[in-house]
Ligand binder design. Structure first.
Ligand code: ATP
Ligand code: MG
Length: 364
């Protein structure tokens, strides 16, 4: 069986270091190692519209921003297929059929959807939630299965979506006695803190919708300002005070991004993060020191991304030529899957003459 990876992002804003740590870095690695036969990346504009119905302009404007972030971070348009969700007409049709396989209580039990309902500004009772929003895990199942994807590199907020997709695959294949849908698995980052990177305000998740992110395209000055305003340990007041590492976002980010090599180059007093943590807990390390180190680490990662972005910003037309080709390819694959789905369900009435013959016979 072919190994096919699929992921996507909502074009609701530029991508941040949480996306990078949670998924984008893994995608680039998958792409370059040849670990999969095919990598699809979907710009999830249809999904973004489920909670931005009144602001299609925001979604429209962010398509190129997200694509620029991908390619600046190392996604290669010659190796990876990027396409736009709403351009693939088979997806809403597949979604419609899957909707019959999921109960309403099951849908509303989804913990990520529940959390998102709470912070997206819908009314607190479900009356204010658009049907399309509550339904997005089903539409995500359509996205994944349409491309026969078996590997889905995501952050852990997406696990309930993959679980929902797996249930749908099982239900569909059982119900229609077929094996046409491929069972997907989430691919989580190995590093625990990357599974859900917290925001610079210490909140549970860095998110484009929460205004707590360091963006891949932030300028050096913006990154500096954000890092130096970050919350550390409120009881670590004087340099000689013992400091807490747990729950200290600066250390969480160092856990996510720093390497021993970074210590050699930017903080040679220590060989690695464990040593720095011990010293910080003991006392004698000021917050300015750890923030400066984090800033150097982030700059080391972000500078090349930022520089590549400058170059790609001059090639928008060429980029969209690739996206158009990506849309074509995505349509071809999704149409094929849709054909299989309709056949399995017995609603492929006119692909051959069986159906018409049956109906004629009924009246003979
Ligand atoms: P929004 O607030 O609009 O939902 P988002 O920041 O959550 O935006 P998405 O487009 O929903 O971004 O997520 C895209 C991918 O990035 C998903 O695989 C998700 O798991 C991953 N991701 C998003 N935020 C983080 C994070 N803070 N840590 C790790 N992974 C993340
Ligand atoms: Mg999200």
């Amino acid at each position: 069986m072919a190994n096919i990876a699929l992921t996507g992002d909502r074009p609701t804003g530029r991508l941040h270091i949480g996306h990078y740590a949670g998924s984008l870095k893994e995608r680039v690695a998958i792409q370059n190692s040849g670990a999969v036969d095919e990598l699809f990346i979907m710009i999830a504009d249809t999904q973004a519209l489920t909670d931005n119905a009144g602001n299609p302009q925001k979604v429209r404007d962010n398509i190129i921003e997200v694509i620029l972030d991908y390619i600046s971070a190392g996604i290669d348009l010659d190796k990876t297929t990027i396409f736009i969700q709403s351009e693939v007409r088979a997806l809403p049709e597949i979604t419609t059929y899957y909707m019959n396989l999921v109960t309403l209580p099951r849908l509303l039990r989804n913990p990520t959807v529940k959390a998102e309902i709470a912070y997206r500004g819908f009314d607190s009772d479900t009356k204010g939630v658009p049907v399309g929003f509550a339904n997005y895990p089903i539409s995500q199942a359509a996205d994944i299965t349409a491309f026969n994807a078996n590997r889905i590199p995501v952050g852990d907020d997406q696990l309930p979506m993959i679980e929902q997709t797996r249930e749908i695959v099982r239900a569909f294949n059982n119900q229609y006695n077929t094996d046409c849908l491929v069972m997907p698995d989430a691919v989580l980052p190995k590093n625990n803190v990357c599974k859900r990177l917290p925001g610079i305000d210490g909140s549970l998740k860095m998110s484009k919708s929460l205004g707590n992110a360091i963006y891949l395209a932030d300028t050096s000055e913006e990154v500096k300002k954000k890092i130096f305003s970050m919350y550390t340990d409120p009881n670590h007041i004087r340099v000689e005070d013992p400091g807490k590492v747990e729950g200290n976002v600066v250390f969480t980010y160092l856990d996510a991004f720093s390497t021993d090599e970074h210590f050699k180059r930017f903080y040679p007093e220590f060989n690695n993060l464990d040593e720095l943590k011990k010293a910080y807990e003991h006392g004698g390390i000021g917050d300015m020191k750890i923030k400066t180190f984090l800033y150097n680490v982030m700059e080391d990662i972000l500078t090349p991304i930022r520089e590549r972005r400058k170059e790609y910003e001059k090639k928008i037309e060429l980029i969209f030529d690739y996206i158009k080709k990506g849309n074509e390819k995505a349509n071809k694959v999704a149409d094929e899957t849709l054909g299989k789905i309709r056949k399995a369900m017995g609603i492929d009435y006119f692909t051959d003459d069986t159906f018409v013959k049956e109906q004629i016979e009924k009246y003979n």
